[in-house]
Design a protein around this ligand. Sequence first.
Ligand SMILES: Cc1cc2nc3c(=O)[nH]c(=O)nc-3n(C[C@H](O)[C@H](O)[C@H](O)COP(=O)(O)OP(=O)(O)OC[C@H]3O[C@@H](n4cnc5c(N)ncnc54)[C@H](O)[C@@H]3O)c2cc1C
Length: 304
Amino acid sequence: MVKDFLSLIKPHGIDVRQNEILKKYTTLNIGGAAKFFVNVNNLLQLKTVLKIANECREEILVIGAGSNMLISDNGFDGVVIKLRGEFSNFYIMDNNVVSYSGVMLPFLIKTTVDYSLGGLEELFGIPGSIGGAIMMNAGTKTSTISDNLDYIEVIEITNPDKVIKLTKNEINFGYRKSGLEGFIIVKAAFILRKSDKDILKKRITEILIERNKTQPLGTFNVGCVFKNPQDGKISSAKLIESCGLKGFFCGDAYVSEKHANFIINRQNATSEDFVKVIRHVIKTVKEKYNIELEPEIKLINIQL
Ligand SMILES: Cc1cc2nc3c(=O)[nH]c(=O)nc-3n(C[C@H](O)[C@H](O)[C@H](O)COP(=O)(O)OP(=O)(O)OC[C@H]3O[C@@H](n4cnc5c(N)ncnc54)[C@H](O)[C@@H]3O)c2cc1C
């Protein structure tokens, strides 16, 4: 008999909600309700939630900063996990940084810069959590989160009893991928290098200015929607722009005039509006260049 998640989780004193609207947890401001939404504060709670969800055959979705996902207006028919509490801690010792996965990357970078530690600064402006950044192997033209990684600690969703340590070379990092599907990232350790604080500060200011110039910041967006083809060698933005697609829209979802690889939710875009724009962009680029653009963002409960 399939058991009831809610009645099994409640005695553990874990904050669980039903029908929590997910759009407020995303930078795109799109997404319907989660069947169950849990705020998890520590490792024990995480293991408990996973065990009970497995017993009840509920699907799991971890949400970091929600800056790389498009969630269906139909929501998610399972358990959404938000890592809080202990998962927002990090420690710095000499040039070693150990961060739980719920820490926001920009905050971690600012702090490491204050400690005169270099290595993460090129990633400044990526508005994700450490967990999301590692899952996506987030990066820029000059660096990725995996560059300075030492090891991570993960929990396997289907076998949550033990924490597994994976060193960098045990992870299949590639262009915007980590191969860590099926795992929840708990912690990440980085080895940074002593650097000149003023130079680091200058660099993050430059990056911010450049991002402001080239990206439609301050809008509801998910950053670049498509991977750059050929493992990043071809610019999707250039392909999309040269197809005349800047400004193309469906409902309230439109291709940014500032950066053609950004699709913006003007205010009340539905997931379907967004998907229609994605489909049209893929089709148009394919017809003109015979290149199949692949979404970089995670589509939750959505088929293209
Ligand atoms: C304005 C803007 C600019 C951006 N610029 C860049 C850029 O330059 N480079 C770049 O690479 N990306 C960029 N992004 C995309 C995004 O910020 C990154 O991919 C980021 O790393 C995603 O982190 P997140 O916490 O928001 O992940 P989410 O969107 O919450 O999740 C992404 C995926 O990771 C999984 N996940 C999250 N946390 C965990 C965890 N602890 N364990 C296991 N799985 C987890 C989720 O289930 C999902 O599959 C940008 C986005 C925006 C809005």
